[in-house]
Design a binder for this molecule. Structure first.
Ligand code: NAI
Length: 333
């Protein structure tokens, strides 16, 4: 059965990521049930979702299916119980805090809710067609779904979004070894349909792909500052006015393909010797010392008071909206 707009979605955990996932699915037309273990948290999330949706509307990013923030929010309801949240859903998105214990507890609660007789009778599809995606940003799902019953754990995988989740298209899909391959392909299909850009990580690895790339860059950045090759301010300029410009629309592989007349093989022939030398220099693991963290923090605080981080995040979101919109338009050409 194909997943259709009328099919409901449950979002479990109404924090920062849960609110954004609710927007993603509601924007694409799905009824969304938002559940949180803390009473009132989900209903209190609704006004916050409204103002996020309003910002999307102002940036003309609500898409073709949604005409206003009110319409988007009208598709989202706060569910009082988990059973109520998962009744007749085709997708459950887990968004509880990032610890094995909390994720495990939430998954057992989801399994219990799915076994509820009323819930079982309500499905438009069957349990055998539900996707249970976890927003985990580092912990592979086998660490917290492996003790579930077979028929449930086959439906579980990671669907890791990127903050701010309603603006950044990427989602990392990471199946466990026991995830039904049909669930992986369904997850991909649904995410594409709701406007995301999913990638499939072929087997489990800690922190998946995006955060591993981010950590390689950050580790090198801290090292270069610690050894006093560069100031924190100039390091940020290197990315935002250099590498990052290309990386916002081409990956590193496409980048090097265009950086030698005959493509990747040519590039490798010319530069892989030097890259290997650099990899050797970069291979020594080191901690971010208190001192280097202070250097970077002081540099940032010289540019922005800590009280202004919230305001600056709004500026970031506005810039991201412009970029996402431009990319959408240019990708169409
Ligand atoms: P958060 O702390 O803002 O929200 C978590 C919510 O889950 C809270 O409202 C809490 O009351 C609720 N909760 C806890 N146990 C629950 C349960 N058993 N059932 C229902 N609700 C429960 O956390 P945040 O930032 O939204 O993160 C959620 C997940 O998303 C984490 O795994 C995180 O690593 C991941 N993630 C976070 C990103 C970020 O930038 N914050 C980006 C991508 C993924």
């Amino acid at each position: 059965t194909l997943v259709e707009e009328r099919h409901a979605v449950a979002v479990v955990g109404s924090g920062m990521v849960g609110k954004s996932w609710a927007i993603v699915f509601a924007k694409a037309g799905h009824p969304v049930r938002l559940y949180d273990v803390f009473p009132d948290a989900a209903s209190k999330a609704i006004p916050a979702i409204h103002s996020m949706a309003q910002q999307l509307k102002e940036a003309d990013l609500l898409g073709d299916l949604t005409s206003s923030a009110d319409e988007l929010v009208s598709r989202i309801t706060a569910a009082a119980t988990l059973e109520e949240a998962v009744e007749n859903v085709v997708w459950i998105q887990e968004c509880v805090p990032e610890t094995v214990e909390l994720k495990k507890a939430a998954c057992f609660e989801i399994q219990k809710a799915l076994r509820n007789e009323k819930v079982k009778a309500s499905f438009p599809t069957q349990l055998s067609e539900i996707v249970i995606g976890s927003s985990s940003s580092a912990i592979p799902s086998s660490s917290f779904t492996n003790e579930l019953d077979d028929d449930v754990k086959r439906r579980c995988l990671i669907t890791h979004p990127v903050n701010p989740v309603h603006l950044i298209p990427l989602v990392e899909i990471v199946p466990a070894s026991y995830t039904d391959p049909e669930v992986t392909s369904r997850a991909r299909e649904v995410l594409l349909k709701v406007g995301k850009k999913p990638i499939v990580v072929k087997k489990e690895i800690d922190s998946f792909i995006l955060n591993r790339l981010q950590s390689a860059v950050l580790n090198e950045a801290f090292k270069l500052v610690e050894e006093d090759y560069i100031s924190p301010e100039d390091l940020d300029i290197t990315m935002k006015d250099g590498l990052g410009l290309r990386w916002s629309f081409m990956g590193p592989f496409e980048t090097i393909d265009l950086n030698a007349p005959h493509g990747v093989s040519d590039y490798a022939q010319r530069y892989s010797g030097n890259m290997f030398k650099l990899a050797q220099q970069q291979s020594e693991p080191r901690k971010w010392t208190d001192e280097v963290v202070k250097t970077v923090n002081d540099a940032r605080r010289g540019l922005l008071d800590v009280e202004k981080l919230g305001e600056r995040s709004k500026w970031r979101d506005a810039r991201l909206m412009q970029l996402v919109k431009q990319k959408e338009e240019l990708d169409k050409k």
